[in-house]
Structure formats: structure tokens, C-alpha cells
Ligand binder design. Structure first.
Ligand SMILES: Nc1nc2c(ncn2[C@@H]2O[C@H](COP(=O)(O)OP(=O)(O)OP(=O)(O)O)[C@@H](O)[C@H]2O)c(=O)[nH]1
Ligand SMILES: [Mg+2]
Length: 236
């Protein structure tokens, strides 16, 4: 089974080339798709310089989950590997540790969790203190398809994947990844804009967790299940 790597990227001109380079040289990955979510920097230009990488340029910023959905619609393979565009120090060892458990059918979704030290890892993963929201994850297409369209939105998508993957009885695994770094919002956008973006992301996820795990049990009406068509340019 082939693996499609999908990078949903918003203004990642500083790191996207290194991420793409790591992905295209990995023999387990058959296809790389970059979905630029209305980026206003050189993300699309840089991505287009790589042979064999499909670059999808959404004309406006639609949010991470939406960009991932467009990536999946254009993916040729049934194992989907979502990768953040702001990582650095990505090695084959990282990629193999994430992909191999799904290829070997040891799980249906493998979530890459950045190492935070033994105590915090234990609290986070074994004691389940707080949701595992990492965007670096590999899954079978069937897992992706468990998520209703209205949750393929902005930063809701990771919490929604966790929830609907479990509800459908698919197997989730966590793999701790060492020495994989990423750029924080505050350094990408500046302190104030970064803090505002962090607040938006955190409150969105918190409200979604409330909705999925508390409110949904007694909600009287389901929201619409359709998202509007995306407008984009495809370069390959
Ligand atoms: N498609 C899309 N992707 C986004 C958007 N905002 C961020 N991303 C991407 O999502 C990934 C993670 O984004 P970050 O904002 O760094 O979020 P994070 O890494 O969870 O949080 P930090 O701890 O602040 O770094 C990167 O690949 C971003 O390019 C957006 O509006 N649309
Ligand atoms: Mg980041």
C-alpha cells in the first residue's frame, strides 16, 4: 500500500523546503502533496520548485482541517501521512517510526507525539491528562473518512479524528518522537498575533471537545454535513 504525505501549510516559507526534502527522499512515501492555505509568502513558489510534488494553492485561507481535506481528495494512496510544514530536523528515523506501524497493520492511526520528558510523556499518554492533538499522524483512509465534514475545519480536525477513530473501533497508537522541533506561532507571527492565534486554536479545540463529549449526547439538531467546494490552482 502506498503512502501519500500531505502538508497543510500556511505561510511556511522558512521551513517548507526542508520538510519536503525529507519526505521525498524517504522510500516509504510514494507521493507528496502540499496544500498552501492561501499563503501570502513564498510557500507555493518554493513547493513548486520540487519535481514530483503536487502543490495545491487554495486561493483564500480556509483553515487547516479544510486544507487537509483538499489534500486527501487529491491523494492517490490509501495511507495518509499528515505532516506539519513548520518542522525542522526531520529524519528518516522519525518518518519510519511514524509510518511503519500503519504499514504493518499494527494500528489504524499512529500519532507522533513530541518528546516532553518521561514524566510529562507518562502524564500525557499513559494517564491521559489532556488530549493528544499533534498534527503529525499517519492513518488509513478509512480513519479519515470517519470524521463528519463539519469537523474538517480549522484546528478541530485532530480532536475530531481522535474521537471518531475511537468511536468507529479503529486502533490508535502514539509514538513518541525525539529531537523533532517545530516553530511556535509566536515566532512565526510575532508575539501578539501568535498569542491571539494560540488563544483561537485552544478555545476552538476546547469547545469542540465539549461539543463532542458532552453536548453531542443531548443535542437536538445535527449541523449540515456539507462543506462548500474549494477553489484552488493545482500545479504538478
Ligand atoms: N492550512 C492551514 N494550515 C495552518 C494554518 N495555521 C497553521 N497551519 C499549519 O498547521 C501546522 C501547525 O501550525 P502551528 O500554528 O504551528 O500550530 P502548532 O504547531 O500546533 O502550535 P505551536 O505550538 O504554536 O507551534 C503548520 O503546518 C501550519 O502551517 C491555517 O490557517 N491553515
Ligand atoms: Mg508549530
Amino acid at each position: 500500500m502506498g503512502v501519500t504525505a500531505i502538508i497543510a501549510a500556511y505561510n511556511e516559507e522558512n521551513t517548507i523546503a526542508d520538510v519536503i526534502t525529507a519526505l521525498i527522499r524517504n522510500p516509504l512515501i510514494s507521493e507528496v502533496i502540499v496544500v498552501s492555505d492561501g499563503s501570502t509568502d513564498r510557500t507555493v513558489e518554493i513547493s513548486r520548485t520540487f519535481d514530483g510534488v503536487r502543490t495545491i494553492a487554495l486561493r483564500e485561507n480556509r483553515g487547516k482541517g479544510y486544507a487537509m481535506r483538499v489534500g486527501v481528495e487529491n491523494a492517490s494512496h490509501d495511507i495518509l501521512f499528515f505532516v506539519d510544514g513548520d518542522m525542522y530536523n526531520v529524519t528518516d528515523a522519525h518518518l519510519d517510526a511514524l509510518i511503519t506501524p500503519v504499514l504493518r497493520d499494527e494500528c489504524d492511526m499512529n500519532i507522533g507525539v513530541r518528546n516532553r520528558g518521561r514524566v510529562l510523556n507518562f502524564l500525557h499518554l499513559q494517564m491521559q491528562c489532556g488530549p493528544v492533538l499533534s498534527g503529525i499522524r499517519v492513518m488509513r483512509r478509512e480513519v479519515w473518512e470517519t470524521v463528519p465534514a463539519q469537523y474538517m475545519e480549522r484546528f478541530k480536525i485532530e480532536a475530531a479524528l481522535n474521537c471518531f477513530c475511537s468511536r468507529a473501533g479503529f486502533r490508535q497508537q502514539h509514538t513518541v518522537i525525539h529531537n523533532l522541533d517545530h516553530v511556535l506561532k509566536e515566532s512565526k507571527r510575532g508575539l501578539m498575533d501568535g498569542l491571539v492565534a494560540r488563544w483561537d486554536m485552544t478555545s476552538e479545540v476546547f469547545l469542540l471537545l465539549f461539543e463532542l463529549h458532552v453536548f453531542e449526547t443531548w443535542r437536538w439538531a445535527a449541523p449540515p454535513d456539507e462543506l462548500p467546494e474549494a477553489e484552488y490552482d493545482l500545479f504538478e
